[in-house]
Design a protein around this ligand. Structure first.
Ligand SMILES: [Zn+2]
Length: 340
């Protein structure tokens, strides 16, 4: 009994050649020896090539797919990043817009508060016969500017400053006028008359340089300083004047105060006097100072006297006196509502 298989024993031969196959891969190595004409051996030889191609294709597709996936992912990331940046920009823009709106609201409130303070300064002046104390056109101008500048914080701040400066100026002016008018330093009939007529706003001063208003006039009022009556100092003791005459001239001068502080109403009333502010001022004294005349007799002693004419030589008629009454009735600071 030989242990070696007989040559040509198909089972033994096959068993030898197939042994590695059984132990190794199901796919025989390409170098493996095969019997010619063995159909069974030919089929497994072509399969690995297809598989390799398929696998290669698969890998290629996978690489392509992976590349495409990577590209898609990159594109998505880029798109997401841009979206995030856009959203951040949008948030920043919205925050800035909100801050601007908040700043605008703050300025609007500050402007409103400044205007309220201005109105509080104006209120005590309402009814005084001096319209120019409150230039409403400027007050209305502030409100108009604030409306035009409502979306600009910087210009609104300027408007607020303007209103505050105007209020301070007006308050100082009011304080100065009150302070001056409350002091009756001279104790003269001039000042007594002006105190009773002027609502505490008008005072007088003796001008020591004499004739500050020209050679003819004993007193005058300047448009630049309309609440002060300037009186020549030589009117104090002259024998040609009486206190009654001084009082009448004080009325005449107070009329000038009203003329300067009420320019619009005065321009209309002046037409009844041919545009002459002096005859109009004389007419004011003749209308409101009972018994006043322009011509006076001033006794010197028991046998002599002065004939003194005070004024501008024209005694107004009743129609003109009515114009004066209407004029006085129309004067003064009036309350207005300014829309903001
Ligand atoms: Zn005059």
């Amino acid at each position: 009994m030989s242990p070696n298989p007989a040559p040509g024993d198909p089972s033994s031969a096959e068993g030898d050649t197939t042994a590695p196959t059984a132990l190794g891969s199901a796919e025989p190595a390409p170098t493996e020896t095969r019997a010619p004409g063995d159909d069974h051996a030919a089929a497994p030889r072509s399969r690995p090539r297809r598989s390799t191609v398929i696998l290669g294709s698969g890998l290629a597709l996978l690489v392509v797919a992976a590349s495409a996936g990577f590209f898609w992912l990159s594109a998505q990331l880029a798109a997401s990043q841009k979206q995030i940046l856009d959203q951040q920009q949008q948030i920043t823009d919205q925050q800035r817009e909100l801050e601007e709106q908040r700043a605008q609201l703050d300025r609007k409130e500050q402007f409103g508060a400044a205007m309220q303070e201005l109105y509080a300064t104006i209120d005590p002046l309402v009814g005084l016969p001096y319209a120019s104390l409150v230039p409403w056109s400027e007050v209305e101008g502030f409100a108009h500017s604030a409306w035009v500048h409502r979306e600009s914080v910087v210009t609104m701040e300027r408007d607020i400053t303007d209103v505050k400066m105007f209020t301070t100026k007006l308050a100082n002016r009011v304080e100065a006028a009150r302070s001056m008018a409350s002091t009756n330093a001279t104790g003269s009939p001039w000042e007594a008359a002006l105190d009773s007529l002027g609502h505490g706003w008008v005072t007088m001063t003796y001008d020591e340089s004499n004739r500050p208003c020209g050679l003819e006039a004993m007193a005058c009022v300047s448009s630049a300083d309309p609440f002060v009556v300037h009186v020549s100092s030589d009117t104090r003791d002259t024998s040609t004047l009486t206190d009654w005459m001084r009082t009448g001239v004080a009325y005449h001068e107070y009329s000038h105060v009203l003329q300067f502080t009420n320019p619009e109403a005065t321009a209309s009333a002046l037409t009844a006097f041919g545009g002459n502010a002096e005859t109009m001022a004389d007419c004011y004294a003749l209308t409101f100072l009972d018994g006043w005349t322009l011509d006076h007799v001033v006794p010197i002693d028991s046998s002599s006297y002065w004939e003194v004419s005070v004024g501008y030589g024209y005694t107004c008629d009743d129609a003109q006196r009515q114009v004066i009454r209407d004029w006085v009735g129309s004067l003064g600071v009036q309350k207005r509502t300014v829309s903001q």
